[in-house]
Design a protein around this ligand. Sequence first.
Ligand SMILES: Cc1cc2nc3c(=O)[nH]c(=O)nc-3n(C[C@H](O)[C@H](O)[C@H](O)COP(=O)(O)OP(=O)(O)OC[C@H]3O[C@@H](n4cnc5c(N)ncnc54)[C@H](O)[C@@H]3O)c2cc1C
Length: 299
Amino acid sequence: MIWDAIVIGGSFAGLSAALQLARGQRQVLLIDAGEPRNRFAVQSHGFFAADGAEPGALRGLAWQQVLAYPTVQFRQSRVHSAQKLANGHFSVSDETGQQYQGQTLILATGVQDTLPDIAGLSQRWGKSVIHCPYCHGYEFRQQPIAVIATGEASIHQASILPDWGPVTYFSQSTFIPDAEQQALLKRRGVILEDTVVVAVEGDGDTISYLRLADGRQIDTRVVYVAPKTAFGHKLAEQLGCELEQGPLGAYLKTDAMQLSSVPGLFAAGDMASPMHNAMLAAAAGVKAGAAAHRYLMLG
Ligand SMILES: Cc1cc2nc3c(=O)[nH]c(=O)nc-3n(C[C@H](O)[C@H](O)[C@H](O)COP(=O)(O)OP(=O)(O)OC[C@H]3O[C@@H](n4cnc5c(N)ncnc54)[C@H](O)[C@@H]3O)c2cc1C
């Protein structure tokens, strides 16, 4: 069978794209590996009419609604390779070796996070170690905040976070702000600390303090890190997509309607945006779905 559209990734972006195509009565194959980026968080915030919802519940409802359309089918699997064929169609193969062909392809596979290697940090990811104040910052308002620097994006974090509480910027002796950045952080009341953080300490998911290399303990309730992001697959490379560089990592270049540099190939969500947010991913998915539908109609 040749599908009208194959959507890879079944979360905020992919499900939104599939829904538009389903409502256009198109044959859609949705392939998802089941590891959405925010699976570490207990609640999702800032989503229209669903602030504080449990991420799995939110996605579960969307799955139920999308799969109710008779033209949508689902495979739980991980796609390993993809190529554009001479006839303009797309062929993808999953981890079982199964191959599928579609007239259009929508990539909505999100990104994977790499965190700094500090004891006690990664197990608290999405709970008390976070990256986005709009997502989880309110829950830690007016409590001691640490930014453990990983690069340029950490300066941005530290400069906006004083609106949520008292901030210390830990440069890890590596990401030392230049004079202009120091002036900005000083203006915002941020404390600068160059001694390296060696451990995040506390009970369970909570944080009591950061342990520094010189033995000091710094009272802390929440740690912000800017992760490094990557696609976690070679699909964009295999398909010859153009990329752009964002503050956390590379993302797929698309036009205003989510069309990539490859005709018939659309991309949406975190993997196609420098700004990562569930609502933005869902909105981009809507555009990708509608644009893929238009491509099927008009070429
Ligand atoms: C800890 C944490 C907390 C967050 N909290 C919030 C919040 O409160 N509010 C908010 O708005 N945003 C939040 N975000 C950001 C939000 O998670 C993302 O913006 C959103 O998930 C992006 O949606 P997406 O559909 O692009 O990708 P994802 O949700 O990451 O979904 C991608 C899907 O594609 C699948 N996939 C990947 N590769 C393949 C493959 N090769 N084959 C098949 N399937 C594949 C994955 O398994 C996954 O199911 C948070 C992020 C993190 C890391």
